[in-house]
Design a protein around this ligand. Structure first.
Ligand code: SF4
Length: 376
């Protein structure tokens, strides 16, 4: 399979989005954020373009302004804010970096790495030569500044380093001198980390698992905050209904049914609390009176003591195994299994996956507030 790093990343975030984008080839409308990111990236490429003299701040701002794309902004105030933010990012970048002194090896460097017959391709924003090694840099225009831990474990940087080593294999022995960095332009902060060989090997396993899932056509939707930026919401079964007014599909009856269900669920919740509180009171009264049944005009309440038992597994096995009955009572604890799976090697995870089959399927409903995107 030939796949770009960004497509792999898309699959890891949401398999269904990957399908829309890469299998069904449905064009995603360009988001303002994506267009903004592209312009900033190309302005920084311009700033670092090799020449006798490096472009000045004014020249880079002029480049940014000439390449600005108004088409994706519907609201003028929004466009103005984005433009000023871009100017601010470039200004900050010039303030914190001596452009002329940067020792660039490559800009927007294309790569293709082989992974057991699959090819993963991508583009590295920037590779610098440092005093004693190299630095691989990726620019980010995100508003949120992540933690150092995020950069320490960032998969994208690991892939870029792997790609770098394909190009400069002799540098594998100087791994500690190769830095990988995410440059957060809005904050003017660069977070840097390094990688060891084990970390690099681990990404192979992760990617092979993604490729296997794609080949097995596992394309379930995954609701995350990233849905807010997904251009496929109007197609996606998790969101499509939100646009019902545009599609004029629902009648009054359907709207009423949905509303009634939500209200009934809320009522049942408060009823549950009420029942628990009353049960506690009745129980106290029974204790006080020393009775196990109480009478009223509406009926009789009976208190029954229920006990749950725990068996000594070793002893039960000794008793049942000789009778050939042990297998009949042992059940896999699916919850406990689910907990340990993430820590197991990928090959074992795959074996467990193959040993799994659906025994029963049922639907359950949960209610979320409008605009709530994170999974419960
Ligand atoms: S809206 Fe969310 S769940 Fe649906 S395809 Fe997009 S990212 Fe996936």
């Amino acid at each position: 399979m030939r796949i770009s790093y960004s497509a792999l990343e898309t699959y890891r975030n949401c398999p269904l989005k990957y399908k829309y984008q890469n299998i069904d080839k449905i064009k995603e409308p360009k988001s303002k954020e994506a267009v903004f990111g592209t312009i900033i990236h190309s302005a920084l490429k311009f700033a670092h373009t090799p020449g006798i003299l490096s472009p000045t701040l004014e020249q880079t701002l002029d480049y940014f302004s000439r390449n600005w794309n108004s088409d994706v902004f519907e609201v003028e105030a929004e466009e103005r804010a984005a433009f000023s933010q871009g100017v601010e990012m470039i200004r900050k970048y010039y303030e914190k970096n001596n452009i002329a002194a940067t020792n660039i090896v490559d800009l927007e460097s294309r790569f293709a790495i082989d992974l057991e017959g699959n090819v993963i391709s991508g583009i590295i924003d920037r590779i610098d030569k440092t005093d004693d090694g190299y630095e691989i840099i990726d620019y980010k225009t995100a508003k949120k500044m992540p933690s150092q831990e995020y950069v320490d474990n960032n998969l994208q940087l690991s892939v870029y380093l792997k790609a770098f080593l394909v190009r400069y294999p002799e540098e594998a022995k100087n791994l500690e001198k190769i830095k990988v960095s995410l440059y957060f332009l809005k904050h003017g902060v660069k977070l840097t980390a390094s990688r060891n060989l084990q970390q690099l090997q681990k990404i192979d396993e992760e990617f092979l698992e993604v490729i296997k899932n794609i080949e097995e056509r596992k394309f379930d939707p995954n609701i995350t905050p990233l849905c807010d930026w997904c251009g496929y919401q109007k197609l996606c079964p998790m969101w499509r209904h939100k646009f019902k007014n545009e599609r004029k599909i629902d009648t009054e009856d359907v709207n009423q049914m949905i509303g009634e269900y939500i209200v009934a669920k809320e009522e049942s919740k408060s009823l549950r609390y009420k029942i628990a509180a009353l049960q506690e009171k009745v129980s106290q009264y029974m204790d006080q009176e020393g009775v196990e049944r109480v009478f009223s005009e509406n009926g009789i309440i009976v208190r029954t003591l229920r006990s749950t038992y725990k068996y000594d597994e070793k002893k039960i096995r000794e008793i049942l195994a000789p009778l050939g009955q042990w297998e009949n009572v042992v059940k896999i604890d699916a919850i406990a299994l689910k907990k340990i799976i993430p820590a197991l090697p990928v090959s074992i995870r795959n074996e467990i996956d193959l040993a799994r089959e659906i025994s029963k399927q049922s639907s359950s409903f949960s209610i979320k507030k409008q605009n709530e995107t994170e999974e419960e």
